[in-house]
Design a protein around this ligand. Sequence first.
Ligand code: BMA
Length: 361
Amino acid sequence: MYIPAAAQQAMPVDRHASRETLNLYRNLKKLMGRGFMFGHQDDLAYGVGWKYIRGRSDIRDVTGDYPAVYGWELGRIELGWAVNLDSVPFDKMKTFIREGYDRGGVITISWHLNNPLTGKTAWEPAPGSVASVLPGGLKHALYKSWLDRIASFMLDLKGSRGEYIPVIFRPFHELNGSWFWWGGKNCSPEEIITLYRFTVSYLRDSMNVHNLLYAYNTDRFASSAAYLERYPGDEWVDITGFDIYQGNNIAKNEDFVQELDNSLGMLESIAREKGKIPALTEFGYNGLPDSLWWTRVFLKTLQTHRIAYALAWRNAGYKAGGQYEFYVPYRGQGSAEDFRKFFLAGTTLFQEDVTKAQLYN
Ligand code: BMA
C-alpha cells in the first residue's frame, strides 16, 4: 500500500507507541506554533542551597510556576545503583516524574552511562568501546543487561490510571564531541549509528517499551552536514536537537547570539525536511553573570525560531573550592527579575500553559 510521506511522518519511531506517547508526539508538533516550552534538569530534586523539599523548585521560587519540561538522568542505573551519578535516588526520581506528568508536564531523560569496556565513567573514552557493545562484541551481553535496567525503569513509570508515562529518551547525547566514549573521534559514524539503532530496537522490540520518543542530539555544530554525520536515519529519530552553552568557548553575548541563531536555523530546516521535532536539548550560561541575559540574549534569539522546548541544565549550586554550577536563577539571584520578564513573554511556555494544552490527550 502506498502511504504518502507526510502521513508516514505523523507516526513516531515506535509504531506501537502507547496512546499517551502518540498524543504527546502529535501535540508537541502542534504546540510549536505557540511558543517553546521551558525545561529544567533535576528541577524538583534540588536547587541552589536546598535539596529534596517537597514541591520546591528554583523556577517556581522565581516565577510562581513550574517548568513545562522536566529533565532527569539515569547514569549509574546500569550498575544497579540506587542513586544516579549526581546522587539523586532513582525511587525519588520516579516520584518526581509522576508529579511532573500529573501536572501535564513533559519528561525527558538522559543517560551518562559508564564506559562498558573499561568500567570507568562516560567521560573516559577508550579505543574500541563502542565496537565492544555491538552484536558480536565482548561487552554486548553486558550492554543488553544495562538496557534491561533502563527498560524496567521506563516500564515502572505509570500514571494514576495505570498508563505508561511518556518519556523523551535522549541516549548518546553530544555524539559529535569526543568527551564521551560514544562520541566524536572515539568511534566511527557507522559504529555509533549501529549502536543507536540497536538501542532503540532492543528497548522497543525486545523489551516492549512503548512509552518512549527518541531524541538525537549533537553538541554545537558548524554545518548541516556535520549535524547529520552520525544521524541514524529518519525511522530512528523523533526529536532532533543540540546542546549549547555560553561561557567556556564563547563569552561574548553577540557571538553566542549569532551561533545560537545560526544553529537553530539549521536545526529547523533539518527538522522540517525530515518531519522531526526540533528542540534545544540542553543549554545554559553557568552562574548567569549577565543580569539581562534571559531577555536580551536568550529570548531575543529564541523568539525568531520555532522549536518545541529548551532544557536548562541543573542547578547543582555551590561546590567545594569556590566552584558553582547553576543555569537558572534562584530566588534573589542577579538574573531573577529578568527571568520573570522572560517567563511572562507570550512565547515562553511553563507548567500552567502545558497543563491547559493537555499534551497527553
Ligand atoms: C554535567 C555536570 C555534572 C553532572 C553531569 C551528569 O554536565 O552537571 O556535574 O554529573 O552533567 O548530570
